[in-house]
Design a protein around this ligand. Sequence first.
Ligand SMILES: NC(=O)c1ccc[n+]([C@@H]2O[C@H](COP(=O)([O-])OP(=O)(O)OC[C@H]3O[C@@H](n4cnc5c(N)ncnc54)[C@H](OP(=O)(O)O)[C@@H]3O)[C@@H](O)[C@H]2O)c1
Length: 279
Amino acid sequence: MPKIGFIGGGNMANSLIGGLINASYSAPDIIIAEPDEDRRQALNEEFKACTTENNSDTLQCDIIILAVKPQLLKTVCSELASKLNKLDSSPLFISIAAGVKSTDINRWLNVKNDDGASAIVRCMPNTPSLLQCGASGLFANDQVSDTQKKSAEDIMQAVGIVIWVETEDQLNAVTAVSGSGPAYFFLMMEAMQQAGERLGLSEEVSKQLVLQTALGASRMAIESDHSPAELRQMVTSRGGTTEQAILSFQNADYLQIVRDALQAANDRSISLADELGSD
Ligand SMILES: NC(=O)c1ccc[n+]([C@@H]2O[C@H](COP(=O)([O-])OP(=O)(O)OC[C@H]3O[C@@H](n4cnc5c(N)ncnc54)[C@H](OP(=O)(O)O)[C@@H]3O)[C@@H](O)[C@H]2O)c1
């Protein structure tokens, strides 16, 4: 089993470590570098993993997961750079920081091996990963071996499903679909709850009905052999109530509204990556 280091012991790291230990990874093979002493102690107590305040202690690991806020990634990588070049073999880096390109991470790590490059997997997870039902898009640069790809996949599968993309640019689309996606469904739930209240239901009753309907529809879409479009048609009887609601959505050009929203998220993901990697 590879030795895994985490830089940053916050929410996502917690979730990943919990998932890995559930999936039978051995806690002593996990090292977590985290500046906050209380958090280190909590991580120690919860997972019995090794903790340290020194990020470079993770350099003894086969895989290092960069789990700090995107704005901190440059500092963290630049600090590792000098020690990284003294190692016989360089670890695999998995970055879960939203928006930071692998070319920028590579530049900050500044590795001086024959390739002049580090093996980097960039990952875009989403918030349901915190409940181990996330969706992550992964991209590997040319230095990542097949064995390292498999290890990265196993790690991210501890918190949900994993999809590989062929080009790094596609992570912008992943960000627009699944990275930001939970918020679109929350918005729909919010709108439906409010509409139910306007129709005379109490706040609590409307909320319960909406949330259970969202769960049920999602499970049907995942578990059924039919596509979401087919499932929609199957519950839309001619002359019925659902048909009237769907017609109302279509008259407001619902599909175009969703297309525009995802395009806006995709475009913002591109401009954020440029801002984060600008120096
Ligand atoms: N949460 C999500 O669902 C989600 C989804 C997609 C992507 N991500 C990405 O995952 C990454 C982590 O997110 P998160 O929600 O886990 O954030 P978080 O809870 O703030 O965790 C980051 C951790 O890094 C620690 N840290 C700060 N400076 C550090 C340093 N120099 N060296 C080592 N550790 C340091 C922080 O400690 P202090 O609090 O003491 O500063 C904190 O414990 C982010 O880049 C984010 O973009 C998260």
